[in-house]
Design a binder for this molecule. Structure first.
Ligand SMILES: [Zn+2]
Length: 293
């Protein structure tokens, strides 16, 4: 069950109380985190509680420090750290970082607690995920032929956009997507307060811009062979294999002029011409398109 949720106003007082003496004795040490500090100080996580409460059971030991864990991920991303074990170590060794997430260094949640939160917020059905990781998929080699600079790969599923538009106009939504809760959280604690503060300008007349980007997969494109062709002396077979990232595909990165293995993401952002600032408000992973085919 969900344990005590420290109100944002209490977190702000804690932060000021802990950082003031450090700031007075070693100002540059605190100032190096200025951007992250102001982000966390103004990021009110109180509206998050009712959104994620349903992801905790009604029984069992209360899950504590949940807003603090959430802040931990935000700070980790802000400081461009990509390994949870390395990050937990940093939080325990640097008191400013632990104060910034709202805890004493001795209270910093462990690696397991960080992964628990990821599992709660990512709505993938465990059975579907297991099936996808353990079933066999076709193997495709990295294409040899390079395309030209700025030349886009022809669409593999022509008409898919029209299909999506037709479905959207009929009122269809993708309620079973694993990232749904993450998007609801982003809307509640990021987009909504920004709109209220006027950062997005007139929300009834938004200026929107969009662009695609390539995301490399951490998974291997070769996969794991489960056939016995090797024993027969056949080393370059095309038998179906197991993949750690079964959704990844080969695609052409027209900017870097190379093939990449992963996903194409299309990002839409709202741009405020007066304030000259933009806010990403919706991400459409290309993998979503596969759900419709
Ligand atoms: Zn084989």
């Amino acid at each position: 069950m969900l344990g005590y949720w420290r109100p944002h106003i209490d977190y702000q007082s804690f932060l000021v109380e802990k950082l003031t003496p450090i700031f007075l004795s070693d100002r540059p040490f605190v100032e190096q985190y200025e951007k992250a500090l102001s982000k966390l100080y103004s990021l009110d996580l109180d509206p998050l509680k009712p959104i994620i409460a349903g992801r905790y059971s009604h029984t069992g030991a209360p899950a504590i420090n949940q807003p603090e864990l959430f802040r931990s991920f935000i700070l980790m991303s802000e400081l461009k750290i990509h390994s949870i074990p390395k990050w937990v170590q940093m939080l325990r060794n640097n008191r400013i970082l632990s104060y910034m997430i709202g805890l004493e260094p001795s209270q910093v949640p462990g690696v397991g607690s960080h992964y628990d939160l990821v599992n709660r917020l990512w709505l993938e059905n465990p059975d579907v995920e297991y099936e996808s990781l353990h079933s066999l998929h076709s193997f495709s080699r990295k294409p040899h032929k390079k395309l030209k600079k700025n030349q886009k790969q022809p669409p593999q599923h022509p008409g898919i956009i029209q299909k999506l538009v037709d479905l959207a106009l009929q009122g269809a939504s993708f309620d079973s997507r694993p990232e749904l809760l993450m998007q609801q959280i982003f809307a509640k604690i990021g987009v909504e307060p920004s709109a209220k503060a006027g950062i997005l300008g007139n929300v009834k007349k938004l200026s929107i811009s969009g662009d695609g980007t390539c995301i490399n997969s951490g998974g291997s494109s070769y996969g794991i062979k489960v056939c016995n062709c090797n024993q027969k002396g056949i080393y370059n077979c095309d038998c179906k294999r197991r993949f750690s990232d079964p959704g990844a595909r080969w695609g052409w990165d027209s900017y870097h002029e190379c093939w990449f293995y992963g996903y194409t993401e299309y990002i839409l952002s709202a741009y405020n011409k007066d304030l000259k600032c933009e806010l990403v408000w919706f991400k459409l992973p290309a993998s979503m398109a596969y759900l419709l085919l």
